[in-house]
Design a protein around this ligand. Structure first.
Ligand code: MG
Length: 226
């Protein structure tokens, strides 16, 4: 891992939301289980865990793939698709929680420098999530892609965040879990990129992030504030 330039604390530290501050991945699997378990009841030939994993792999949000997922497993009844879709949508934030360290780390960073958030998604869903997690107050700057009309990895959404904070891109840091959306976008916009790799995956290729961590607590020594 390289050193921060001049050992200097960035003037702005920006965070992704899903799977960086909160455990969207676990919540997604709980929601998929809830959505599909009724359709699967009594069908011993279908493996519910396999369906959940296949669905999570197919899309990290939305229900457009449900009909095909069920059809592939011999369930062709539109009523079952509708029911699974309704259960998934109705139960949008099931089990959604912050990671253990998120509040403490953001609070610690914000005592030393500006903090903000850039999150991809529809405004209503992301804003409701921020409210539910009670983290709105922690972030003076929050950009939600639907509200901005720009989605990560478009570098413009990162440029907007640094402009709003009144800092230079090179003096800002972005922490996110997605190589494609977070790391590629932050890099293209000239920010310092920090990949949070909680599941210790292989870097998928392409220009690597400036830093890699597996837990947000590792940010503090990186920033020189712990
Ligand atoms: Mg994410």
């Amino acid at each position: 891992m390289s050193e921060l330039r001049d050992g200097r604390l960035p003037a702005l530290v920006l965070f992704d939301l899903d799977d960086t501050l909160c455990d969207h991945d676990t919540s997604l699997r709980l929601r998929l289980r809830y959505a599909f378990q009724e359709a699967m009841a009594g069908r011993e030939s279908v493996d519910l865990d396999d369906l959940i994993e296949a669905s999570a792999k197919e899309a990290i949000a939305g229900t457009a793939h449900f009909a095909e997922m069920l059809r592939q497993r011999g369930i062709d009844d539109p009523a079952e698709v509708t029911r699974a879709t309704e259960r998934y949508v109705h139960d949008r934030f099931r089990g959604l929680q912050l990671f253990d360290e998120s509040l403490d780390v953001v609070a610690a960073v914000s005592r030393h420098t500006q903090v903000g958030m850039i999150t991809n998604g529809p405004s209503q869903i992301q804003r409701d999530k921020i409210r539910l997690l009670k983290i709105g107050e922690l972030f003076p700057i929050i950009l939600v892609s639907e509200e901005e009309g720009v989605w990560k990895p478009d570098p413009n959404i990162f440029a907007r965040a640094v402009a709003r904070a009144g800092v230079a891109a090179a003096d800002a840091m972005y922490i996110g879990d997605s190589p494609e959306h977070d790391m590629a976008g932050a890099r293209a916009a000239g920010l310092i990129s920090v990949w949070i790799n909680r599941r210790e995956r292989e870097w998928p290729g392409g220009p690597p992030p400036d830093f890699e961590i597996t837990d947000l607590r590792q940010l503090l020594p990186l920033l020189g504030i712990a």
